[in-house]
Write a protein that binds this ligand. Sequence first.
Ligand code: NDP
Ligand code: MG
Length: 325
Amino acid sequence: MLYNNDIDIAPILARKVAVIGYGSQGRAQALNLRDSGVDVTVGLRPKSPGREQAAADGVAVADVVEAVAAADVVAMLIPDEAQPAVYRSIEPSLREGATLVFAHGFNIYYGRIEPRADLDVVMAAPFGIGEKVRSLYEAGGGTAGMVAVDADASGHALSIALGFAKALGLGHGGVIETTFKEETETDLFAEQAVLCGGLTHLITAAYETLVGAGYAPEIAYFSCLHEVKLMADVIHTEGIARMRESISSTAAFGDATRGPRVINEQSRREMAAMLDEIRDGRFAEEQAREMAAGGPVLAEYRREAAGHSIEKVGRPLREAMKNED
Ligand code: NDP
Ligand code: MG
């Protein structure tokens, strides 16, 4: 891990930065860069609602191509699926020897963007949503994060990436050097197996099991969904072993003897198969077909999720608990 004292911010202070996009990461990163003393301009479409927000935040805004043409470093902070077309539209305007910065390796690793040979291609990826990247920085800290270099045409790519990461505040949380391959594969796998796919399906299946057996949906909601945050917070701050020390011995015995039946040999085989599909490109191809077709699978999946009883039961409960805060 590299921390603030190990990283020189000078390479990024010496360069003009364009941040393309003013969404979750774009806003947080543009503001952190600016407050770290970096010369930053946000590039947005003519009618983007982000323009008003950026102006209110006191950040310079320009059209995408204009911002890119004036920059030494261009950070691609728009949705991953929008990046290939935007890259094609800005490529002619990118300065000779400029640096492209990504917050996720997907498009470079799967070849959806093939940058010009004179460009440096790097990653500065915070471990955290944009809101966190900004709020920790404002509090004098920062999230941890990763840097990687995919192309080093200038010979300075790593020092530019590190300077950029330090200006984002990542030197407070710590910076790990990785590769586009490792970041992309681990990020996709973690969101599929744990953070999104695994967690939501685990909660929903357990809830359905209780409700199907005749238990009150509200009680199923509290026990299988609401309490996840309490356990996740303990795991996050203390680790799994300490969490197991802090629960009752009845809970610990159930964990030890029943947990392996939920995540069993078949689940592990499926995890290995999912990782294979990520590594050999099958997942990315499947996702590209879905996007090209206008996202029918995702639309149906979201529609189903919104109509699930766990939502109908959870909404008023969450509303009521908000009022208590
Ligand atoms: P957002 O969805 O928040 O980006 C929205 C912004 O992108 C808006 O300003 C929008 O402008 C702009 N935008 C969208 N399409 C275009 C386009 N075609 N041309 C110009 N601007 C466009 O993105 P995220 O911040 O979620 O993600 C950005 C990158 O960061 C991705 O690579 C993602 O993987 C990575 N990342 C994201 C994290 C997160 O916290 N969300 C965490 C770590 C990495 P408009 O108003 O005009 O639509
Ligand atoms: Mg991800």
